[in-house]
Design a protein around this ligand. Structure first.
Ligand code: ADP
Ligand code: ZN
Length: 743
């Protein structure tokens, strides 16, 4: 990586006039904007990383190109830039992206910049690998004895590039002393080598599977968009198992052929072992991965390789969007509807939407892939903003599985069991046929609630308004919001009763316990985020299922995403109503998506699949639509309801959350905000009200919900409103534009 230190002006005169001038520097901190500094030499160009003083400390920031309001302070009043960092400058498109994201999310630009500078180590000088080169024009001095070994080394280095001592020894067989002797005599000079590239170049032209006619047409459409080198958002809408991945692999290949980088966002990248295998099979090498579990060294090398363009394809979690791409040519957002693309803490952004923004700013195509596109995306297709490419059928002989509702009122499970007779019978049949079954329950642990049989006292988290979830395997009760945990106490703190705890309701551990009891010969595994610790554990489990060393999988939503197990023919959903109870805006939509996804794991190869959904509400529109395979009908109904209620995508929402450790301070700030709420025509502000999670990680929480029509400048109104109130002591006011969570 040998970038220019700064893009210094070639025109000397122009550089002279900018000398001793004012420079705007954005720091990766939640300050209102960029700060003014003075440059003693020629002003570094926008994008240059610089070290500046801030208070008593030094900070690294980026020379920004924003135009501040008001008259500039005279340069002599300003602090001076300490030095310029030897790293490639932040590209103009990345700087604009930072500004746009900050603007959209009502965040401080520096807080967004922090996400784009997440690897400080990548800005430090890179240690070179010590090596030797032949000294130019060297003549043997008086008394130098040329031995055959010495000659061999000189010959090797005269022919080729510098080498490390280890390489020289390996290639010539000489000892370390021979090399040292030559260096002492001045025949060799010490030099440094750049570290080898971490990422091999994917081979775009390795043959993939022969695409079906539908796949070919879809791939051609995406490839045309890549070749056009302009912005477009294309929705790749295809049923589960329709071969969407292979289609967007073609788009990646096309981007590579155009000398560009590609970014693929996946939900739960750490769980995506199968995806990585398929990528390697198609392109011959692994892509660069980006997620929170990478070591510092890997993060640093990856960040640099993305910046210098040597990492050609990056697959990552939402944060990968903020990597410093050298020449990005394509963004794919797989499972675009997935909730994990939304970051709720800090800068609240939806990576799917920000990917579209990034595509716009970079003039590149964005592909949104899903079997169950979000209503927002469906609406954008309807309004002509996005283009839809459709894959209606599964690949090969595979058919979509048949979905049956199990009415828990008509056929309840036997006492103490969770599988109702129809599901129990289907499981027995599946196992007898030597096939595999997946039992899905979106709840980790053993039981979601533990109460005292003596007095009804419930075990709750002291930091959150939430129940503690029993995890029997680890003998603990755990809060799923803050991680607080304790062992099961012997006595009830309320009535003193001993050993009177009752576990209420099932989690995956409890369902697994039932399967183990009634099917003792079945080889059983649990798949949940807390039982699978790290990518290696996932790979092992996926291999075990693929090689049929597992008969029954009991899992949470981590199993729902993308896995392909040919022998898996039965999917049983223990509690299909689970996601409908919260009553939030997207409850029905999300349940439909999740259950479609889970159902999509069944019958992906030759053997047909069967799905049983256990529900107390078989007449609910979501259940009815799933049973009839009537996705369009469901979307239509849901869309009309949203339109009638002026809810997204037909209206705009923002949540404002006021939180802090002291309830009185929180309430005072919330009331102050309530008093000065804007009264613009069309704008509705509900609240303040206690949030559904009114206590979270020890912070009391109050919420406002801001509602506005489409096209309303929601961000502007919120920004102006919040600027009027100074939060109380320890109180934080957070904005969540387009909220997904209503807790
Ligand atoms: P989706 O992402 O739409 O759920 P996948 O891309 O995972 O579908 O494809 C489903 C399965 O079909 C995978 O095992 C994949 O390898 C296989 N597949 C996809 N396209 C083809 C094809 N053209 N020929 C043969 N197998 C294919
Ligand atoms: Zn908690």
């Amino acid at each position: 990586m040998a970038p220019p230190r700064t893009s210094s002006d070639p025109d000397e005169a122009a550089a002279q006039t900018r000398e001793n001038s004012r420079v705007r520097v954005l720091l990766p901190l939640a300050l209102p904007g960029a700060l003014d500094y003075r440059s003693t030499g020629a002003a570094p160009a926008p994008g240059t990383f610089v070290r500046v003083p801030l208070g008593a400390r030094e900070r690294i920031g980026v020379v920004w190109d924003d135009v501040p309001d008001g008259a500039p302070p005279p340069p002599e009043k300003l602090k001076t830039i300490i030095d310029v960092i030897d790293a490639p400058p932040m590209a103009a498109v990345t700087r604009r992206f930072v500004d746009w994201v900050a603007n959209y999310t009502v965040s401080a630009p520096g807080a967004v910049l922090k996400m784009a500078m997440s690897v400080p180590a990548a800005l430090e000088p890179q240690a070179a690998i010590p090596a030797f080169a032949a000294a130019a024009g060297w003549q043997p001095p008086e008394g130098f004895r040329m031995t055959p070994r010495r000659e061999q080394v000189l010959h090797l280095l005269a022919e080729g590039p510098p080498r490390t001592a280890a390489d020289i020894r390996a290639e010539t067989g000489v000892s370390a002393q021979v090399i040292a002797g030559l260096a002492d005599a001045g025949a060799l000079v010490r030099t440094g080598l750049a570290p080898p590239a971490r990422f091999a170049v994917p081979d775009a032209d390795r043959p993939g599977p022969t695409l079906t006619a539908d796949q070919k047409a879809a791939a051609a459409d995406l490839c045309a968009a890549i070749a056009a080198e302009s912005y477009a958002t294309i929705v790749l809408d295809g049923v589960t198992g329709s071969g969407k991945t292979e289609v967007y692999f073609e788009a990646i290949a096309e981007a590579l052929r155009h000398g560009r980088q590609a970014l693929v966002l996946l939900p739960e990248i750490a769980l995506s072992a199968q995806w990585l295998e398929r990528f390697e099979a198609r392109f011959g090498v692994a892509p660069a991965a980006w997620h929170s579990e990478l070591s510092t060294a890997v993060r640093r090398d990856t960040w640099r390789a993305v910046a210098d363009g040597s990492a050609r394809v990056v697959v990552g979690a939402r944060s990968a969007l903020f990597l410093p791409f050298h020449k990005l040519g394509l963004i794919v957002v797989d499972e675009e509807h997935d909730g994990s693309y939304k970051q709720d803490e800090g800068v609240a952004y939806n990576a799917r939407d920000m990917a579209v923004l990034r595509g716009h700013l970079g003039a590149i195509p964005v592909v949104l892939a899903s079997a169950t596109p979000s209503l927002e995306t469906v609406a954008n297709v309807e309004w002509g903003r996005y283009r839809r490419v459709h894959l209606p059928d599964r690949i090969g002989a595979a058919e979509l599985p048949e979905i049956t509702l199990v009415d828990l009122r008509a056929t309840p499970p036997a006492r103490g069991r969770w599988l109702a007779p129809p599901l129990d019978a289907a499981l027995a049949e599946t196992l007898a046929a030597g096939e595999q079954a997946l039992l899905f329950l979106n709840r980790r642990g053993y039981a979601p609630l533990t109460l005292c049989r003596g007095c009804g006292h419930r075990l709750e988290c002291p930091n959150c308004s939430a129940w503690l979830v029993e995890h029997r395997a680890s003998h603990r009760l755990v809060c799923h919001h803050c991680g607080y945990g304790l062992g099961l106490p012997p006595n009830c703190a309320n009535c003193g009763a001993e050993g009177a705890w009752a576990a209420c309701g099932p989690g995956v551990e409890r369902v697994a316990e039932e399967v183990a009891r009634y099917y003792p010969d079945a080889r059983l595994r649990i798949m949940a985020s807390d039982t699978l610790t790290g990518p290696a554990a996932i790979r092992e489990l996926v291999a075990a299922v693929t090689e049929h060393r597992v008969d029954v999988l009991v899992g949470t939503q981590v199993i729902a995403k993308g896995h392909h197990f040919p022998l898996l023919t039965l999917v049983g959903v223990i509690d299909a109503d689970l996601g409908l109870t919260g009553g939030d805006l997207r409850a029905a939509e999300r349940t439909h998506q999740l259950l479609t996804q889970v159902a999509g794991r069944a019958g992906r190869a030759e053997r047909p699949g069967k799905v049983l959904l256990q529900t107390f509400m078989p007449e609910h529109p979501v259940m009815a639509a799933l049973a009839r395979g009537a996705r369009e009908e469901f979307l239509g109904t849901e869309m009309r309801e949203r339109e009638r209620a002026h809810m997204p995508p037909y209206g705009r929402l923002a949540a404002v959350i006021v939180s802090g450790p002291d309830m009185r301070e929180v309430d005072a700030t919330a009331r102050a905000l309530g008093r000065v709420r804007p009264t613009d025509e069309g704008l509705t502000i509900l609240g303040p009200a206690p949030a559904a999670l009114s206590l979270l990680r020890g912070r009391h929480r109050r919420r406002f919900l801001v509602k506005a029509p489409r096209g309303f400048n929601l961000q502007g109104a919120v920004r102006g409103w919040l600027a009027e109130v100074r939060p109380g002591k320890g109180v934080r006011v957070q904005v969540d534009v387009d909220p997904m969570s209503f807790l």
